[in-house]
Every structure is written in structure tokens, then in C-alpha cells.
Design a protein around this ligand. Structure first.
Ligand code: HEM
Length: 222
């Protein structure tokens, strides 16, 4: 398999995951700092909420990209997938809290009405509810306990990402290039799933035909 990037020394694998968590929270910290010091443009609450939602979607896309990157380019970044997924969860949670606390100020009747009446909020809320069990089972203990069921459960991420992208597109009056980009990215990443097994099988077969047991025969001939 082709190595596109230089491989990270093994001793840096753990620290690099922690670095990812640290870097991953920078956009939230920055948005919070800018919001708290009155430097977010326009409606600061909306801007804060939007930034968190956008980063939630970005981390979802990054989580879903890990498998295709390995299949197609041989990049083994599996060790970052849990961190990316959990970052997506924490951003969805912060986005949701920004909505509940800052946007709606915990006016529960208004919130319930909003969830029921505005389809894009219903969809966002569905994605939020679905991502909770995934976050709760993103630990070694749960993976061991659940076995095959863990894989089944975590297939919910496909639905969550689709709902997230749809929620984004439906939150605007006119769907622009940014919404289209996320819809397209999620669609491509989901479309890869049914293709990958036939693709990997095809590639294995092809390389099997291209390289039939050569070194020994060459040695014998030479
Ligand atoms: C997986 C879950 C979710 C994702 C990925 C997500 C993502 C996003 C994104 C990308 C935006 C647009 C940001 C922008 O315009 O720049 C947005 C807007 C918004 N989201 Fe979410 N969201 C999620 C869940 C939720 C939930 C649970 C709620 C509340 C119950 C919610 C409420 C809102 C609201 C109120 C807006 C702003 C709409 C406006 O412009 O007024 N979202 N979300």
C-alpha cells in the first residue's frame, strides 16, 4: 500500500491524539472568547451558535473520512477517529446548549414548540439524540462489552451526518455553495460504504494476479 505521508513514530501516536483534542477545542475557545469580549460580528449569539454547529459538522465529516482515506490512500489514521467523533459530539452538545441557554434562554414551552414546528430543528434534535449513545460507548470498555453490536450501533453515525448536513441546508432560506459542499461531502462519504468492500476485493485480486510468488523463482533462476 502506498505511503503518502511520512509515518509518525509510534511513541508519538498517543500524544498526537491528545494534541488533536487540544487543537479541536481551539475553535470553541476562540468563539467563546470573541463572543464574551463582544467581538463576534452581527448577532453574537447566533454567530456563536453557528460556529459551533459548523465545527460539529466538520468533525463529523472528518470522522467519516478516516475509512475512505485508509481504503484509497493507505493512510492509517484510525487512532484519530474516536477523538474526531467525540469532538463532533462535544460541538453538537455546545451548539445545543448555546441554543437552549443563549438563544432560547431555557424557555421550555418555546423550545418544545420550536422543535415540533420547525423541521430543521426537529432534524437537528434527532441527530443530537442519536449521537449521545455513540459518545457514551466511545471507550474501550464498551467496545469490548458490545462486540459486534458496537459496530451495528455506530452505523448510526451515517444517519447523524446526513441529518446534520440536511439540518444545515434547511437552516438557511437559500441553499448556497457552503451547504451544497457539506451535502456533497457527506453524500460521497456515505456512498463509499457500499462500494468499499467490492473495491477492496477487486484490488486484492488485481494485485494477486500482478505479483504471483516471484522472489523465490527468480532466485532459483538466477
Ligand atoms: C448533529 C447535530 C447538529 C449539527 C451537525 C448542526 C449543525 C448546524 C449548522 C452547520 C448550522 C448552520 C450554521 C451556519 O449557518 O453557519 C446550524 C444552525 C442551527 N442549529 Fe444546528 N446542528 C445540530 C443540532 C442542532 C440541535 C440539536 C439544535 C437545537 C435543538 C440546533 C439548532 C440550530 C439552530 C437554532 C441553528 C441556527 C438557525 C438560524 O440561523 O437561526 N442544531 N446547525
Amino acid at each position: 500500500m502506498m505511503a503518502v505521508l511520512p509515518t509518525l513514530p509510534k511513541r508519538l501516536h498517543g500524544p498526537s491524539v491528545w494534541a488533536l483534542y487540544a487543537i479541536g477545542f481551539v475553535p470553541a475557545a476562540l468563539a467563546f472568547y470573541l463572543g464574551a469580549t463582544g467581538r463576534l460580528p452581527g448577532n453574537a449569539v447566533k454567530e456563536f451558535e453557528h460556529l459551533l454547529g459548523l465545527w460539529a459538522l466538520r468533525f463529523l465529516v472528518a470522522t467519516l473520512a478516516i475509512t475512505p482515506l485508509r481504503d484509497l490512500f493507505g493512510l492509517n489514521w484510525l487512532r484519530y477517529r474516536r477523538a474526531l467523533g467525540l469532538l463532533a459530539f462535544y460541538y453538537v452538545l455546545m451548539h445545543f446548549l448555546a441554543y437552549m441557554l443563549l438563544d432560547q434562554m431555557l424557555r421550555f414551552p418555546a423550545i418544545v414548540a420550536d422543535i415540533a414546528r420547525r423541521p430543521f430543528i426537529t432534524i437537528g434534535m434527532t441527530a443530537f439524540v442519536l449521537i449521545i449513545p455513540l459518545a457514551l460507548t466511545s471507550n474501550n470498555w464498551s467496545i469490548r462489552r458490545l462486540g459486534q453490536r458496537w459496530n451495528k450501533l455506530h452505523r448510526l453515525v451515517y444517519l447523524i451526518a446526513a441529518a446534520g448536513a440536511l439540518h444545515f441546508a434547511m437552516s438557511v432560506k437559500i441553499v448556497g455553495p457552503e451547504q451544497m459542499l457539506y451535502i456533497a461531502l457527506v453524500a460521497l462519504l456515505l456512498a463509499w460504504r457500499p462500494i468499499r468492500m467490492p473495491y477492496l476485493r477487486w484490488r486484492r485480486q488485481r494485485s494477486g494476479i500482478a505479483r504471483p510468488h516471484r522472489p523465490t523463482t527468480q532466485k532459483a533462476a538466477g
